[in-house]
Design a protein around this ligand. Structure first.
Ligand code: AP5
Ligand code: ZN
Length: 214
């Protein structure tokens, strides 16, 4: 099963992608997580990506495309994969289409999680991410058992650097200008399914399961 998660920043792509990956036993490939891991490890890629991410801008296509194209050719992706945060621009989508065409494959589902901008700011302000394992929580909608402590690994939970309100506004603008056109791009391939992302996490997941038939 080859799935793309579409939707604004904070729409719930990561939350749902993890659940689908667990259920369908396919890898969850999040470019944001890959960049954050590189920042934590202090790699060259991480240093380059951080300047863009902190400003709420997109990392240049040339730093992203090869990385994802290489990743989806690894052995654990033969049964499928879930792309979360990629593609984010038309050139990225074209790079993906070309890479898949070369091996006579194509994406099967583009799950568009639809949440109005006004809900997004509130979601981002309440999101907490684990510094250890990257698990995400929400202070109101998905709180950890102990405040500011990760249920999974016991490390501290923090606000992501790019979740400050002024950066979120820029990320939303970037989404509308550069990423939203991908809905049309994948509509033309007939694989877009739009889900009401304002529902509870469980309701959103239930809608996705119906679409995927799992
Ligand atoms: P990335 O990490 O991909 O961030 P994003 O797309 O902005 O998405 P988020 O992770 O912020 O949100 P999400 O939709 O996954 O929501 P979540 O499930 O966490 O990218 C970060 C940056 O990296 C980019 O800005 C860019 O600079 C760079 N980058 C990454 N990929 C790139 C690429 N391909 N090209 C160029 N640059 C790239 O949910 C949000 C919160 O809401 C959580 O607290 C969650 O608990 C809560 N929540 C989730 N669902 C619900 C619900 N149904 N009801 C209530 N609360 C909910
Ligand atoms: Zn953790």
């Amino acid at each position: 099963m080859k799935i793309i998660m579409l939707g604004a920043p904070g729409a719930g792509k990561g939350t749902q992608a993890k659940k689908i990956a667990d259920l369908c036993k396919v890898p969850h490939i999040s470019t944001g997580d890959i960049f954050r891991a590189n920042i934590k490890q202090g790699t060259e890629l991480g240093k380059k990506a951080k300047t863009y991410m902190d400003a709420g801008e997109l990392v240049p296509d040339e730093l992203v495309c090869d990385l994802v194209v290489d990743r989806i050719q690894q052995d654990d992706c033969t049964e499928g994969f879930i792309l979360d945060g990629f593609p984010r621009t038309i050139p990225q989508a074209e790079a993906l289409t070309n890479a898949l065409n070369a091996i006579e494959q194509k994406m099967e589902y583009a799950l568009n999680i639809d949440v109005p901008d006004e809900n997004i700011i509130h979601r981002m302000a309440g999101r907490r991410a684990c510094v250890g394992c990257g698990a995400t929580y929400h202070v109101e909608f998905n709180p950890p058992k102990v405040q500011d402590v990760c249920d999974v690994c016991g490390e501290a939970l923090v606000l992501r650097d790019d979740d400050k309100p002024e950066t979120v506004m820029n990320r939303l603008n970037v989404y509308h200008e550069q990423t939203k056109p991908l809905i049309d791009y994948y509509e033309k391939q007939g694989i877009v399914h739009t889900i009401d992302g304002t529902q509870t996490m469980d309701q959103v997941f239930s809608d996705i399961r119906k679409i995927l038939g799992v």
